[in-house]
Ligand binder design. Structure first.
Ligand SMILES: O=C(O)CCC(=O)C(=O)O
Ligand SMILES: [Fe+2]
Length: 360
C-alpha cells in the first residue's frame, strides 16, 4: 500500500462531497454563504410550522454535566447554565479592540503568532486579541491592572470549566465512553490553551460602504468568518447581540447560536474526534470508519458579520503542543504537528468526515 503523506490524510478529513450542504471548492474559502435559517433556541409562539420540528441547541445545567458527552456527540454544541464563571469580559474585549492603532501595534506578537496578542483579518471584517497566559498574563497586554485581572480570572475559570467537561468523558457515570478517553494531561494541564477577544465590524472591511448598503469586497456579498473547526479540545464562547454565529450539527443542519442570558456555548474542537474515535480505530488512518455513534466530531461554525459591531470571547482548551494526539501509520502526531499541517490546508477548514453516517 502506498504511504500517503500526513497532509494528504488530513486533507481527506476536510474533503467535501457533492451531497453535503453548501460547501464549495473555493480556494480561499471553505463555504458558500449558507442559507441562514433563524433556528434560535428560544421557543417562540409563532407556529407557522417552518422550524417547529427542528431541534434547538440543547441547554444543560451544571448539575447535568454528565450528559455532556452524549450531548456533544448528538448535537455538536450545548449551552451551559448554572456555571460559576465570572461575568463575561465583553467590556474588556471592547476596551482592547478599540484602542488606538499605536497601542494595537504594541500588542502584535514579535514573530507574528495569530494565537498570541493582536491580529486582524480585515477582509472578513474582524480583529482579535489572544491572551498570553505565560508570565501570568502580563505579556502583549494593556498596562491596566483591572483589565489584566478580569482577563486572567475569566481565562482561568473558563479553562477549569472546560477541563471539568472533559473529565465527564472519563467518569464511570459517563453515558457513552470509556475511561481514559480524554488524556489526563488535558484535564490537569493548561497546555497551549488561550482566550480570544474578537471584534467584528463592517467598518473593518476594506471596501466599507456606509450603512445605506452597497457591496463589500466579498464576492458573495456576505462578509463572514469562514466556516471552520477549532484545532483544540473544547471551546467556550459568549458574545454580544446581534450574534451572527452559526453552527452545523453533524447532519449538516445549520443553527443560529445567539448568546443566551447567563449561558456559555460549548463546542468541540478537532482533538475530541481523535479522543473519542472507535476503539482500535484511528481517525487519520480510518477516516469515517473510526467514527461511531459516540464519537464527538469537531463543531463546524462560522460568523456572519452583523450590521453593527459584535464582540465575543472564546476560551480554547488546548493540550501541550508536544502531546501526542494520534498514533497510527504516521507515527506519533503531536498537537503542534496537527495544528501546523491543518493550518496549511487552504479552503478546506470544515471537518465533515463521518457526519453522514450518523444522521438519524
Ligand atoms: O466570535 C465567535 O463567536 C467565534 C470565534 C471563532 O470561531 C474563533 O476564533 O475560532
Ligand atoms: Fe472557531
Amino acid at each position: 500500500m502506498v504511504k500517503m503523506p500526513l497532509r494528504s490524510r488530513i486533507r481527506r478529513l476536510f474533503t467535501t462531497r457533492k451531497d453535503r450542504p453548501r460547501l464549495d471548492k473555493g480556494k480561499a474559502r471553505a463555504m458558500d454563504p449558507p442559507p441562514l435559517p433563524d433556528h434560535s433556541p428560544d421557543t417562540s409562539d409563532d407556529d407557522d410550522g417552518d422550524s417547529a420540528d427542528e431541534p434547538a441547541i440543547p441547554v444543560l445545567h451544571l448539575s447535568e454535566l454528565h450528559r455532556a458527552p452524549a450531548t456533544l456527540a448528538r448535537s455538536s454544541a450545548f449551552y451551559l447554565v448554572g456555571h460559576s464563571l465570572p461575568p463575561p469580559p465583553l467590556h474588556q474585549a471592547k476596551q482592547i479592540l478599540t484602542s488606538s492603532p499605536e497601542v494595537k501595534k504594541t500588542l502584535v506578537h514579535p514573530r507574528g503568532s495569530t494565537v498570541r496578542g493582536y491580529s486582524s483579518a480585515k477582509s472578513s471584517g474582524r480583529e482579535w486579541w489572544d491572551y498570553t497566559p505565560e508570565q501570568n498574563g502580563t505579556l502583549l497586554t494593556l498596562p491596566d491592572e483591572d483589565f489584566q485581572e478580569t482577563t486572567r480570572a475569566y481565562f482561568t475559570a473558563g479553562i477549569a470549566l472546560l477541563q471539568r467537561v472533559c473529565a465527564t468523558f472519563n467518569s464511570a457515570g459517563s453515558s457513552s465512553t470509556a475511561a481514559g478517553t480524554v488524556p489526563e494531561e488535558v484535564i490537569n494541564d493548561v497546555g497551549f490553551s488561550t482566550m480570544r477577544y474578537l471584534r467584528y465590524s463592517p467598518s473593518l472591511l476594506p471596501t466599507h460602504a456606509p450603512a445605506t448598503g452597497g457591496d463589500t469586497a466579498d464576492p458573495s456579498g456576505i462578509p463572514r468568518m469562514e466556516a471552520h473547526t477549532d484545532h483544540g479540545v473544547l471551546t467556550l464562547m459568549t458574545a454580544t447581540e446581534p450574534s451572527g454565529l452559526y453552527i452545523w450539527d453533524r447532519g449538516g443542519r445549520i443553527f443560529s447560536a445567539p448568546p443566551l442570558p447567563n449561558a456559555v456555548l460549548i463546542i468541540a474542537g478537532d482533538l475530541m474526534a481523535h479522543f473519542t474515535s472507535l476503539p482500535g480505530r484511528n481517525i487519520l488512518d480510518d477516516g469515517a470508519l473510526a467514527v461511531g455513534r459516540d464519537t464527538v466530531l469537531p463543531t463546524v461554525h462560522a460568523v456572519v458579520i452583523p450590521q453593527v459591531e459584535r464582540y465575543s470571547v472564546a476560551v480554547f482548551l488546548r493540550p501541550p503542543r508536544e502531546m501526542v494526539v494520534s498514533s497510527g501509520r504516521d507515527g506519533d502526531v503531536t498537537f503542534r504537528r496537527w495544528a501546523d499541517e491543518k493550518g496549511r490546508i487552504r479552503g478546506r477548514r470544515c471537518w465533515m468526515v463521518g457526519q453522514e453516517r450518523t444522521v438519524a
